[in-house]
Write a protein that binds this ligand. Structure first.
Ligand code: UDX
Length: 443
């Protein structure tokens, strides 16, 4: 099939590359000339494990092309994906200017029937607006379909190639047949393609992300309460996650969710509810709790050092909003580093992928270390913000020599309590007892 993908951001690039990998002829279109030039020179602007191999192969074999010219890019395409940004406006609602702009441009240049697919996360009713934008100038028949994307950063290629499900919102049988054909190679294991109307598909995406954000937030509140009542949130997680109605995933307590989707989508859904005069109380609480949760470690750190961080050096492991990405959007690490700096501490940070991105924002306010161990040199404490696997089994003997104090504040619960007890660390984590609390304070 010949397809076009408009927008070469995260979702667009993964979508285009993966559909090329299943044998389609894909042209990606972007207005950013520099970006398209880079892509044509085989430079991938994002870090996503596994994407490079597919990207190079499909560019090499001529199935994946890039252009800034919309008319050229969509020529002959049976399916045109819109994977454009929907940044939150001032009121929290998703800004549709990019999507509707392209919809307006598409009308006059469509030469034959095409399925126009909203891939971006867009508020309920957007498919109708896109349809209206195209139809006013269109000379040919077309359908607008909502096909939300559920991929996670870091495992996006795998999520795309083996989706749990594909959601397609359309009432048109013609569009359904085209989309079935396109997705057939990805659902051969039997995972469903679920058809519904456009509005329900748009709502499904928000419901999924808001539900997952709520699930995490619920566990974060359980964790906070565990600290007070003297229970261990790890055990609670295992104890409830084995109930198949609850499920084991997305129950890990920590310093809050971040990233480009959950915060934005929860806010946008709350805004939609408001627009329809519905008071969605749970969502407001989720946002409030997550805001506070991101800063959960800070009072622990300050109290540990007797209320004053001036002159202290804090080593930070992990800057990305989660492992396997260099994305720092809404990352708890950023808020925490700013607070640590404001409290007079010096920060030495290490992250295997995200340091360049943080450097662009915080510049030389933070010292960036070349290795995880180098970050510990002469530090008064270690704070863990992202659970990169390399932090899970470090050489503790080496750490003991580098750190001034054997004290760890762990925002992701990467270590076992017994292990910390045996190693003699003062160890603060989320939703679990503090280990060797007094040792360091007395020292
Ligand atoms: C999310 C959705 O999972 C995906 O389906 C959607 O398409 C885009 O948004 P992503 O933002 O890549 O994907 O990250 P995800 O892996 O879902 O994690 C989101 C945040 O929740 C991260 O900050 C992560 O650290 C946090 N999280 C996740 C927890 O705190 N606890 C958990 O148990 C799981």
């Amino acid at each position: 099939m010949k397809i076009a993908v408009v927008g070469t951001g995260y979702v667009g690039l993964v979508t285009g590359t993966c559909f090329a990998e299943t044998g389609n002829q894909v042209t990606c279109v972007d207005i950013d000339e520099r970006k398209v030039e880079k892509l044509n020179n085989r430079i991938i602007p994002i870090y996503e494990p596994g994407l490079d191999v597919l990207f190079y192969r499909n560019v090499e074999e001529g199935r994946l092309k890039f252009t800034t010219n919309l008319a050229e890019g969509i020529k002959g395409a049976e399916v045109i994906f819109l994977a454009l940004p929907t940044p939150p406006g001032e009121d929290g609602s998703a800004d549709l200017k990019y999507i509707l702009g392209v919809a307006n441009d598409l009308g006059p240049i469509l030469e034959q029937y095409a399925v126009i697919v909203d891939k971006s996360t867009v508020p309920v009713g957007t498919a109708e607006k896109v349809h209206a934008g195209i139809v006013k100038n269109a000379k040919v028949d077309f359908d607008v379909v909502s096909n939300p994307e559920f991929l996670r950063e870091g495992v996006a290629v795998e999520d795309f190639m083996k989706p749990d499900r594909v959601v397609i919102g359309t009432k048109s049988d013609k569009a359904k047949a085209v989309m079935n054909r396109l997705y057939a190679p990805l659902v051969r294991q039997g995972n469903p393609v679920i058809f519904m109307d456009e509005r329900s598909a748009e709502m499904t995406k928000y419901a999924a992300n808001a539900f997952l954000a709520t699930k995490i937030t619920f566990m974060n509140e359980i964790a906070n309460l565990c600290e007070k009542v003297g229970a261990n949130v790890d055990d609670i997680r295992k104890g409830i996650g084995t109930d198949s109605r609850i499920g084991k995933r997305f129950l890990f307590a920590g310093i809050g969710y971040g990233g480009s989707c959950f915060p934005k989508d929860v806010q946008a859904l709350a805004r939609t509810a408001q627009d329809y005069d519905y008071d969605f109380k749970v969502l407001q609480s989720v946002m409030d709790v997550n805001y506070a949760q991101k800063k959960r470690l800070l009072p622990m750190i300050t109290n540990h050092f007797g209320g004053d961080l001036k002159g202290k050096t804090i080593a930070v492991w992990g800057l990305a909003f989660k492992p396997y990405t260099d994305d720092i959007r809404e990352a708890p690490a950023l808020d925490n580093i700013r607070d640590l700096l404001a409290a007079g501490a010096k920060v030495t940070a290490y992250d295997p992928e995200a340091m360049d991105n943080v450097r662009q924002i915080l510049g030389n306010q933070v010292t960036f270390a070349h290795t995880s161990y180098a970050a510990l040199d002469d530090a008064d404490a270690l704070v863990i913000m992202t659970e990169w696997p390399m932090f899970r089994t470090p050489e503790f003997e080496k750490m003991n020599l580098l750190l001034k104090n054997k004290v760890i504040f762990d925002g992701r619960n990467v270590y076992e309590l017994d292990q910390m007890r045996e190693l003699g660390y003062t160890y603060y984590s989320i939703g679990r007892e503090v280990i060797n609390a007094t040792v360091e304070q007395q020292a």
